[in-house]
Design a binder for this molecule. Structure first.
Ligand code: ZN
Length: 156
């Protein structure tokens, strides 16, 4: 035996080293493009203290051109579908799911005092912001005057 453990020794103790890249996927059944589009929206939901839905892929749409899932409240009493058109530019996908997640959040907040999520800083008692694609990014904008307020995923 001439083999020795050295810096050039090619040992792979436990299989494919690629498997260690990235965290384990906790939403394995949700399409990667849908999960990716939802991520900045959920960041905004979390940052603003709004209720955060659970994402469950139960295949409510058979459309092969889109990925779908359900958004559920914590106790499962309130659900709404969300979908993303596949192979569209990411800003469009983020904008698309932002509008759907916004509907869920507003429904979830129904009956409380703050249903205008996310709140328009220019008209805080009048309307929520609206997700639009502008200058290559999904942005929350004032629906009245079109003023972009923040890139989706950067709300505070
Ligand atoms: Zn406004």
């Amino acid at each position: 035996m001439t083999a020795a453990i050295g810096p050039t020794e090619r040992t792979t103790p436990h299989g494919d080293p690629l498997a260690s890249i990235g965290p384990p996927c906790q939403r394995a059944r949700v399409h990667v493009q849908l999960a990716s589009a939802l991520a900045p929206v959920f960041a905004d939901v979390t940052a603003t203290g709004a209720p955060v839905p659970r994402v469950v892929d139960d295949g409510w749409s058979a459309d092969p051109g889109s990925a779908t899932a359900m958004l559920w409240s914590g106790d499962g009493s309130h659900g709404a579908g969300v979908s993303v058109p596949l192979d569209r530019p990411r800003p469009e996908q983020v904008c698309h799911v932002a509008a759907m997640a916004q509907d869920w959040v507003i429904d979830e907040l129904c009956g409380t005092t703050a249903t205008n999520w996310p709140r328009c800083p220019h008209h805080p008692t009048t309307h929520p912001l609206q997700a639009v694609v502008r200058d290559g990014a999904a942005r929350w904008s004032c629906p009245r005057d079109g003023t972009p307020v923040a890139v989706v995923g950067t709300l505070r």
